[in-house]
Design a protein around this ligand. Structure first.
Ligand SMILES: [Mg+2]
Length: 379
């Protein structure tokens, strides 16, 4: 059966939300990120990009390139709120929705074409999102996730684009290979060294040639350049969570031990989260008392993978939940509402030092194992 898949992506999402709450920011170069000396640009408007500013750049340098820019501290609670508002609208209108990142969704409309035209239906959905949230959004519609995502990129800003079944290769051929999702800087350089600049060139090559140069990754790139992608839209309810539990040898009320155990679990889970390139939108704490009474408490949070944020949230949940001075048998932590995302969303809260510290710790763990380094609070 032919599939109909929509990829929907908010346009300069953080900047758009800021402009919604402060109309003075319209049409001006806007930098979002830590305003301190050591801050980093988390996101910037098209007007700022013209000056060579890009995300993850030190704020100091960005301001040197574009002195007239307005710096906004960034508020990831606010962005998460609007993100969830958009998700809610899409879920009301479509049965199979994957939340891919804070501002991206995939919608599988297969089967809906018999009742509504998918193009028309998606267009109306887009209009509804713009009307109800005031935020610009673009989408692409095709028979696969990859082609739709690339089509969204071509439709921006604030547009929509359809690639009809059978015309995928023709659509992709003139585009830069940089447009293929998952081609990073290193692979891009490798392909350019082979004289490959456009998807059309990849289409003319043998798959085996790319396999010899890039291994499995080469096959996947070749397939994508040819518009082949059978990966399914994973519905929100099936998007997995991550959790850890500790059962104590002897039931305890030792607050220091409980806090250390929690900190150790959060530390390990946050590391796994970053390794998978994900952010968590919800945290659940579970406490089981010695009489097997089990209590859980959930808290929605701004999508994050920051040790600091997750640890602070966990500790405040623990303080709230553990009010009875009863022996504890087990504690557990679960991160859910996982979406793809870089640490971009944390850049407002974190200083450059905090980001560098976490990255350095992650590098050590990758090399020497996950228990090789940890924050003193976990010891
Ligand atoms: Mg976006």
């Amino acid at each position: 059966m032919e599939r109909h898949i929509v990829h929907a992506d908010m346009d300069t999402f953080f900047v758009s939300v800021e402009r919604l709450v402060n109309s003075k920011l319209k049409d001006r170069p806007v930098l979002i990120g830590g305003g301190s000396d050591r801050g980093v640009v988390a996101s910037c408007s098209y007007e700022a990009r013209k000056f060579g500013v890009h995300s993850a750049m030190p704020m100091k340098l960005a301001l040197r390139l574009c002195p007239e820019a307005v710096v906004v501290r960034g508020d990831h609670e606010l962005y998460s709120k609007y993100s969830n508002l958009v998700t809610g609208i899409i879920q009301e209108q479509a049965p199979v929705v994957e939340k891919a990142s804070i501002d991206e969704h995939y919608i599988d409309m297969t089967g809906m074409d018999r009742f509504f035209g998918c193009w028309k239906y998606a267009g109306e959905l887009r209009a509804r999102i713009i009307r109800e949230t005031g935020l610009p959004i673009s989408f692409g519609l095709s028979s696969s996730k990859t082609v739709s995502k690339i089509a969204t990129g071509e439709a921006k800003p604030c547009g929509q684009r359809q690639v009809l079944s059978g015309s995928e290769k023709g659509f992709l051929a003139p585009l830069s290979i940089r447009k293929i999702p998952m081609i990073g800087a290193k692979t891009y350089a490798q392909l350019r060294n082979m004289g490959i600049a456009r998807c059309g060139t990849l289409q003319q090559m043998e798959m085996g040639t790319l396999y010899r140069v890039l291994g499995e990754n080469g096959i996947s790139i070749w397939r994508k350049a040819n518009g082949m992608d059978a990966s399914p839209v994973v519905p929100l309810r099936e998007q997995k969570s991550m959790s850890k539990e500790t059962t104590f040898h002897t039931d305890t009320i030792d607050i220091q031990q409980l806090r250390k155990t929690l900190a150790g679990m959060v530390d390990a889970l946050a590391f796994d989260l970053r390794q998978e390139g994900k952010l968590a939108g919800c945290l659940t704490l579970k406490i089981r008392y010695s009489n097997f009474d089990t209590h859980t408490q959930q808290l929605r949070l701004g999508y994050t993978s920051s040790d600091k944020v997750l640890l602070e949230t966990t500790m405040s949940l623990f303080k709230k939940l553990y009010s009875r001075r009863m022996l504890i048998r087990l504690i557990g932590i679960r991160f859910s509402h996982l979406i793809h995302g870089s640490r971009q969303a944390d850049l407002f809260a974190d200083t450059l030092e905090e980001i560098e510290l976490t990255s350095a710790m992650d590098r050590i763990r990758n090399r020497y194992g996950s228990r090789s380094v940890m924050r003193a609070v976990c010891l």
